[in-house]
Design a protein around this ligand. Sequence first.
Ligand code: GLY
Ligand code: MN
Ligand code: MN
Length: 458
Amino acid sequence: MGTFPKTSLATLRARRAALAAAHPPPALVLAGSAPPRNYPANTYPFRAASHFLYLIGQGIEGAALRLAEGRVTLFAHEPDDDDALWHGPRPTLAALARELGADDARPVPELEAAVRDHDPAILWPQDARSRAALLAMRPRGEHADRDAELAEAMIGLRLVDDPDAVLQLAASAERSAEAHRLGMAATAAGLRESAVASAMTAHFFAAGMGLAYGPIVTVHGEVLHSDRHDGLLEPGDLLLCDVGGETPEGWASDITRTWPVSGRFSRTQREIYDVVLASQLAAIDRVRPGTSYREVHETAKRELVRGLVRLGILQGDLDGLLERGAAALFFPHGVGHLLGLDVHDMEDLGDRAGYAPGRSRSARFGDRYLRLDRDLAPGMAVTIEPGFYQVPGILADARLTDPLAGDLRRDVLARYADVRGIRIEDDVLCTDGAPRVLSSGCPKEASEIEALVGSAAR
Ligand code: GLY
Ligand code: MN
Ligand code: MN
C-alpha cells in the first residue's frame, strides 16, 4: 500500500464550520449507498458522495451528516453481530463520533425524524436508493430554493482547495503519473488495449487507490471517451490513455497521454503531437489568478489553429479561421474542467459549479462542451487538455466544414491519416504566481515518451 497524506481532523472541522457559516440553516449531506447487483450483499463498489467525503474524510456507506444549530451529528448504521460475522467488526457510533469529531452519532433510522423535525436543506446524493429513501421523508420540490442555497455554499468552499486538499490532489496526480509511465513501459505491438489498461490500473489498486473514472485506453483516440479495451495495438498506432486514480479519501486526478505503440512517432504524428503540446503549454501558462477559464480555452484553440496553419492543414488568417469554427473541427471539446473530489468536480450540481453567475454555455459547436467558465483564483484546480482528432462525422458535416471550405486543405490533411486522436491532459493548480502542474511527473515531451515506450520488455 502506498502512503498518502491524511486530511487532518482540524481541516475537516474547519470545512464543516465554513459550510455552517456560509449556510446557517440546518444542512444534511448524505454519503449514499451502493446498489446491489443481484442479492443485497453483492453490491457494486461503494463510493461515497464527494460532498460527504469533503466534510468527513472517509466514505461510510449509508451515513449522513447533519449540521444544525452549531452541532455536528453523524447518522450511521449501528454495528451488529451479523454484519461483524460477514464483514468484520465496525466501530460503535460513539467511537465513530469521537474519531470524526462529531458532537453526536445517531442510528440511521433516526434520520427520518431528524429530517421531519429540522427540515434541513439537503445535498442530494446520486444513488437512486438513497434518493428514493430521502424523497419518502421529504418531497424534493418542496425546498428546492433552500437546497440550491446549500449547494451554492458548498460550491463556494470546494472551488478553492485548502492545503490538505492540495496535498491530496498532488498525491493523486503523482500516482497517476506513475501509472502512465508504467503504461508506456508496458506497451508493445500485438497486445490488446486491455493489457496496457491493466498495467496502469494495477498500480492504483496496489497503492490502495481507486479509479477516478473509467479508464480510456484506446487506439481510437478520435472517440473522445471510448470505453472499449479490446482493440489490438498495431505498430503504426497511437495509443491514447486517459487514466486517473483517486486517493483513499477520494481526491481525483485526470491525466491523458498519447504515445506511439512502436515507440517512435512517425513524422506526421510527431508534427501534430507538437502542435497539441504547444497548445497545451500555452493554455497552462494562462492558469493565473483573474484569468477567465474561457480565455484559457480560447488560448488553446488559437495555438492549435496556429499550428495547423503552420502545417498547411488550414490556411488563412487566424482570427477569421477561429471565427469560422476552425478549432472545433479538430478540437471539439472544452479545454478542461474543475478537478477535486470528482474528476469533473461538482458536476452533480450541474453548470452551477462550473459557470460563474451570469455566464452560461455557448451555443456554438465545440464551445458548448466547455464545462467551466469562472475567473481563476489561487487554490482552484483544473485540467488542461486540448487535443486534435480526426472525427469522421465532423469532417463530413457540411454545416461545420462549409464555412471553412476554402481554408481546409483536405489534400494536406490526408497526409496525417495516421493521427486519429491525440490529447494531452494535465492537472493544474492556480497559485498566486506561476501555475503548478500537479501531474508534472508524467512525461509529455515526445522524446521523453519515446524513451519510455516498450521499456518493460527491453
Ligand atoms: N477523463 C475525463 C476527462 O478528461 O474529462
Ligand atoms: Mn479531464
Ligand atoms: Mn481525462
